[in-house]
Design a protein around this ligand. Structure first.
Ligand code: NAP
Length: 487
């Protein structure tokens, strides 16, 4: 069944003035499951106007009341969780347990920021004239936030922006990915409709049209975006003349290093999860694998056995471990990376093909004899490929991890404390996972270094992003100062 779903602006349904619609498909079947309006400049204008009109009321709503509204969104979401997860699975593709985890995590971050937002912000600092002066450091909302969200974790990565932005007192205009707009609309219009009109709005449409119009709008003071480095660079260039506050969470090419002391079997289990979760479509997926040269054959055997035991299938089916890729163009990219590596001397140990069935499936693929110069070790693959390279010393491995221009996360398998400390001190990555890859902690900041952008989500840092700092110097008396003119 296919549904048409209008945009959500000021708590009302809105279609595009052009009456153009974008289709959303189930990547496991290639069937159209719904349509959303192809919004553009007009709809962005309308949504930003609504968010601007709501800005002052929302900003001066008591933090405790804002917290209660966020908790109410959690309660409403829990009542509709099954429907929401089912739609998310049909639209996005990954295995249902992963979708459930995504939805639960999204709600956890709503709860976390509801509570964090209740705490006082800012501070009182010592004054030069303590008896007659007051110096305040205020933390204030920016106003209207543009939240631009990718398709790989459409609820989670939206919640990481929406919850702190609202808790901090900002209003929000959301631009979801074209691929996951149905789920975003379902969540927002059903579970956030008790917020005052204009506080939460969704404009659907193409990134280059609706997304860019949102970035370019002069009344949008913060652009919070998760996506590729290329899109982040484009957004930065559009926003730069207006000096907007940018919060960019961009691509990754995370390394997974197996230390010489690591247990091969559990390292292989951990890697399968780190590389194949969401069919590898995770910004922190392990995409560059480094194992000691002496352990290469044993490790390749262990990871191959693990991967061959996984079940590829529609995310909606019970027992599926790895779902389809979200769109055919992403599968084409993985195939190109594998082919280029093989042409340059790498060897496919398992997988490497597209199964003969409908849906954008790509077999989980293990490659050995991989070199750092290959495209599969340089460009973000964002798919179910596990390229394994070898190293001779841990310091050499760390240097090769750091040689890449992106710096999102890095994983190490080791129980040697000296190796572990050396690794986490030196590696250039926003998150370092020792032995337990890809586990987030909502109180711990998440984000990258270098080309990944410096944005941080989660933790107090994730709230701070949506607050600007103002220093108030207040002399309580109107007395003249002896350092004023004339000298
Ligand atoms: P993308 O193509 O860069 O798109 C991200 C978002 O930006 C989408 O909503 C997209 O809309 C929109 N967009 C595209 N062009 C735009 C423009 N010119 N102006 C404004 N908005 C624009 O990325 P993706 O394919 O959705 O997501 C995968 C990428 O996200 C990977 O690189 C991955 O590493 C990265 N990622 C990073 C993190 C992190 O926390 N660092 C987390 C998850 C994903 P449309 O989809 O409608 O084009």
């Amino acid at each position: 069944m296919s549904t048409d779903r209008p945009m959500w602006i000021a708590n009302e349904h809105v279609t595009a003035t052009t009456d153009e619609w974008l289709t959303s498909e189930d990547p496991a079947t290639e069937r159209v499951i719904g349509r959303v309006p192809a919004g553009g400049r007009d709809e962005v204008e309308r949504a930003v106007a609504a968010a601007t009109a709501a800005r002052d009321t929302w900003r001066f709503t008591a933090a405790n009341d804002r917290a209660e509204l966020l908790h109410e969104a959690v309660s409403k979401s829990l009542q509709r969780l099954d429907e929401l997860v089912e739609l998310l699975t049909r639209e996005q593709g990954k295995a249902r347990p992963e979708q459930e985890e995504e939805a639960e995590w999204a709600l956890t971050s709503l709860r976390y920021y509801a509570e964090l937002g209740r705490n006082g912000s800012g501070r009182v600092i010592p004054s030069a004239e303590p008896e007659t002066q007051l110096n305040l450091v205020l933390k204030q909302p920016y106003g209207v936030v543009g939240a631009i969200v990718p398709w790989n974790f459409p609820l989670l990565l939206l919640a990481w922006k929406l919850a702190p932005a609202l808790a901090a007192g900002n209003t929000v205009v959301i631009k979801p990915s074209e691929l996951t707009s149905l789920t975003t609309l379902e969540w927002i219009e059903r579970c956030f409709d008790h917020f005052p009109p204009g506080v939460v709005n969704v404009v659907t449409g193409r990134g280059a049209e609706a997304g860019e119009a949102l970035v370019a709008h002069p009344d949008v003071r913060v652009v919070a975006m998760t996506g590729s480095v290329e899109t982040g660079q484009r957004i930065a260039s559009v926003a730069a003349p207006m000096m907007k506050h940018l919060h960019l969470e961009l691509g990754g090419k995370d390394a997974f290093v197996v230390a010489p002391d690591a247990d091969v079997a559990t390292a292989a289990d951990a890697l399968a999860y780190a590389a194949l979760f969401n069919a590898g479509q995770v910004c922190t997926a392990s995409e560059r694998i480094y194992v000691p040269a002496a352990m290469r054959d044993g490790f390749a055997e262990a990871i191959t056995a693990k991967v061959e035991g996984l079940r590829l299938g529609p995310g909606i089916e019970a027992g599926t471990d790895v779902g389809p890729m979200a769109a055919d163009r992403f599968r084409t990219k993985v195939a190109r990376h594998v082919e280029e590596a093989v042409a340059r001397g790498a060897r496919v140990v398992t997988g490497g093909g597209r199964p003969d069935r409908p849906g954008y499936f790509f077999e989980p693929t293990v490659l050995v004899d991989v070199e750092d110069e290959m495209v599969i070790m340089q460009e973000e693959t964002f798919g179910p490929a596990i390229p394994i390279a070898t190293y001779d010393s841990l310091d050499e491995a760390i240097d090769r991890v750091n040689a890449h221009p992106m710096g999102l996360g890095a994983c190490l398998r080791s129980s040697d404390p000296v190796a572990v400390k050396r690794f986490y001190e030196r590696v250039e990555a926003g998150t370092v996972w020792i032995n337990d890859p890809l586990t987030d902690n909502y109180a711990g900041p998440f984000g990258g270094m270098k080309l990944t952008g410096g944005g941080r989500e989660l933790g107090p840092e994730g709230l701070e992003t949506f607050l600007q700092t103002k220093h108030v110097h207040w002399d309580l008396s109107e007395a003249s100062k002896d350092w004023w003119y004339p000298y």
